[in-house]
Every structure is written in structure tokens, then in C-alpha cells.
Ligand binder design. Structure first.
Ligand code: HEC
Length: 337
């Protein structure tokens, strides 16, 4: 009787033990899952933050979706959103992932001298702290939570705002042009400006002519004075004075004077036309900016236009050009060839 009870007690204890081991295993499995989930949630949040930073700083070169030159030849930055960059993360090769992250962290912080890739870390004159740079590296190497799609959303939103602003600028420039009431259209404006500029040239020519004429008049007066003094004694001078009096200079002076007073009215038009040329130019460039922006937007390209080469010597990097120069300098100073 008591032997049977003992057997039952042993069985119950064994069962309890099995249950305890099983639930510990289940818990560990569950907890691992929870930890993985929490980790991927953090990665997604980091990548989502980076998507915004990317849309503000990087897309003009690397494209709205990070596919860079792979998506369009007018972009200057290589693709960052590529399967190559997320491969190590996806297969869980931590060593390879760490190496890639270090490389990109360095590239983003320091830029690449001699290429258009600028340095971004604050101590290299950039605008991003190391938290933002780390998040960008996470975005590029994991695409956690499909964050590249968020980057595109931010880009589209920002460009919609830019285009709205360009439209306002265009409407303003157009309103100014219309408010002139002077010109029916740009062609007329351009024509008027051309006419006024040629009037301006005429005016300058007339000024020169007048100056020359005045000089001639002065010389004539002097000659006449001189002539008056010697008239009685020198017949030859009388004859010379006659020649000067009947020369065409005096008539040219009078004609130039008439033309000049007519031209001075036109001179005022020149100033007004110049002012309207500015208004008309503002209109043309506002229209141009808007059209370019809309074209790029429609093609899925970033609206701002990309910048040029970085030449600063960031993080002690020596560009290809600089090392050639350094080599030349060394060989010319050491006699090495
Ligand atoms: C003015 C253009 C420009 C801007 C803006 C720019 N980049 Fe770049 N980036 C480049 C170019 C060009 C390269 C390729 C450099 C080279 O030839 O090695 C590059 C290379 C890179 C690389 C290395 C890619 C590889 O495959 O080796 C990373 C990572 C990168 N950029 C990230 C960024 C991030 C993140 C930003 C924004 C914070 C950014 N870039 C902004 C032009 C730009």
C-alpha cells in the first residue's frame, strides 16, 4: 500500500521535473524571440530616423530612393540601397556586417576626398552627429522596416513643398511683369529693352560727338580771337579765318545739339527699360526654375541640383591629385625620379 504511494509520488515528481524543464525551454525560446523582436524594432526606428536625415542631406546625389546612379545617370552618387549592402545583415554574418558598417561610418563622417562625397561629421565641418551617422549606416546596411520607402515619402513631400514655393515665386514674378502695364508680353519687353539699349548707344555716340564739337567750337573761338588780333597785319590769316568760318564744323555742332535734346527724352526710357528688364528676367528665371523642378519631380529625381567636388583634406585623407603633387614635390626636392 505504502510502496504504491511512493511510486506515485516519484512519478509525480518526474512529471513535474519534465514540465519544469519544458517550460524553461519554452520560456527561453519565447524570450529569445522577444529579444529579437525588440532588436528589430530598434533597428527599424533607427533606420526610419535615418530615412529623414537621408532625404534632407543625401538624396540630391544618391537619389530619392538611395539607388543613385543605378536609377539615373544625372545623379552623382553610387547606389546605397542595394542588395549588396544588406547581404551580410540578412545572412547574419556579423563579422562582415561590422566591417561594412565601419567602412561606411568612416566614409560618411570623413567624406571621400577628390570625389563629390562630402564629410558629414561635425568635427570635419559637417552637420551630423555620430548618432545620426550611425542611423544612416543602419539604414544602408539593414533597410530595417523597409526604411528606404520612408526616405522616398520624405523626398516627395519636401519636393512638393519646394515646388509650391517655386510656384509662388513664379506667380509673384508674373504679377510684377503684368503690373507693368507696359508690355503685352515678354517679346515686347525684350524688344523694348533692345531698342532702349541701342538708344543708349546712340546717346553715348552723341555725347562723344558733342564733346568733339565743343572742342572744335573752342578752337574756332580761339582761332577767331587770334585772327582778330592779327587781322589787320596778316592777310593770309584773314583768308584762313574765312576758311574756318565757312567750314562744316559749326553746322555739325548745331545739328548735334538738336539731336541731343531729342535723345535726352529717350535717355529716361533707358533707365525705365532697364528696371523692367530685371522684372522680365526674374519672370523668365522663376519660370525656368519651376519647369526644371517639375520635370525632375515627374522623373522621380530630387529637385535640388547636385554640388561639386570636395577638395578639403578631411580626416587627413590625401586625394589622388594631391598625392601626385606631393610626389612631384618630393622628387624635385630630393632628386629622386
Ligand atoms: C554632393 C554629392 C553627395 C552627397 C550630398 C552625398 N554623397 Fe555619398 N557619395 C557621393 C559620391 C560621388 C560617392 C562615391 C565616392 C567615390 O567615388 O568613392 C559617395 C559615396 C558614398 C558612400 C560609399 C558607397 C560605396 O559603395 O562605397 C556612402 C556610404 C555614402 N556616400 C553615403 C552618403 C550619405 C549617408 C550622405 C548624406 C549624409 C551622402 N552620402 C551625401 C556623393 C554624395
Amino acid at each position: 500500500m505504502s510502496g504504491q504511494n511512493t511510486e506515485k509520488q516519484i512519478l509525480a515528481m518526474v512529471l513535474l521535473l519534465v514540465l519544469a524543464v519544458a517550460s524553461l525551454g519554452a520560456y527561453t525560446w519565447f524570450d529569445n524571440g522577444r529579444r529579437t523582436e525588440a532588436r528589430s524594432e530598434i533597428l527599424s526606428k533607427d533606420a526610419a530616423r535615418a530615412a529623414f536625415t537621408f532625404s534632407q542631406n543625401c538624396r540630391e546625389c544618391h537619389g530619392n530612393d538611395g539607388r543613385g546612379t543605378e536609377s539615373d545617370g544625372s545623379l552623382v552618387g553610387p547606389a546605397l540601397n542595394t542588395p549588396n549592402n544588406t547581404y551580410a545583415f540578412l545572412i547574419g554574418n556579423q563579422g562582415q556586417l561590422d566591417a561594412l558598417k565601419n567602412e561606411y561610418r568612416y566614409t560618411i563622417a570623413c567624406g571621400r576626398n577628390g570625389t563629390p562625397m562630402p564629410p558629414w561629421s561635425i568635427d570635419q565641418g559637417g552637420s551630423l552627429d555620430s548618432f545620426k551617422i550611425d542611423n544612416l549606416v543602419t539604414l544602408i546596411t539593414t533597410n530595417a522596416g523597409n526604411a528606404w520607402e520612408l526616405a522616398v515619402e520624405h523626398a516627395v513631400h519636401a519636393d512638393e513643398v519646394s515646388i509650391e514655393n517655386l510656384k509662388l515665386a513664379y506667380e509673384g514674378a508674373k504679377a510684377n511683369l503684368e503690373a507693368s502695364g507696359w508690355f503685352a508680353d515678354l517679346e515686347a519687353a525684350t524688344g523694348a529693352v533692345e531698342r532702349s539699349e541701342s538708344a543708349d548707344r546712340t546717346l553715348l555716340a552723341l555725347r562723344d560727338a558733342l564733346a568733339a564739337a565743343e572742342q572744335a567750337e573752342e578752337e574756332l573761338d580761339e582761332a577767331q580771337d587770334a585772327l582778330a588780333a592779327y587781322e589787320k597785319e596778316y592777310t593770309a590769316l584773314v583768308l584762313a579765318a574765312e576758311t574756318i568760318r565757312t567750314s562744316e564744323d559749326a553746322a555739325a555742332i548745331a545739328a548735334a545739339r538738336d539731336t541731343l535734346s531729342a535723345a535726352s527724352a529717350e535717355q529716361q526710357d533707358v533707365a525705365v527699360n532697364r528696371a523692367w528688364l530685371k522684372v522680365a528676367n526674374n519672370y523668365v528665371s522663376a519660370l525656368d526654375d519651376l519647369e526644371t523642378a517639375e520635370e525632375r519631380f515627374a522623373a522621380g529625381l530630387p529637385v535640388p541640383t547636385p554640388a561639386t567636388q570636395v577638395t578639403s583634406n578631411t580626416c587627413g585623407q590625401v586625394s589622388a591629385d594631391m598625392s601626385v603633387e606631393l610626389g612631384d614635390w618630393l622628387s624635385s626636392h630630393t632628386g629622386a625620379s
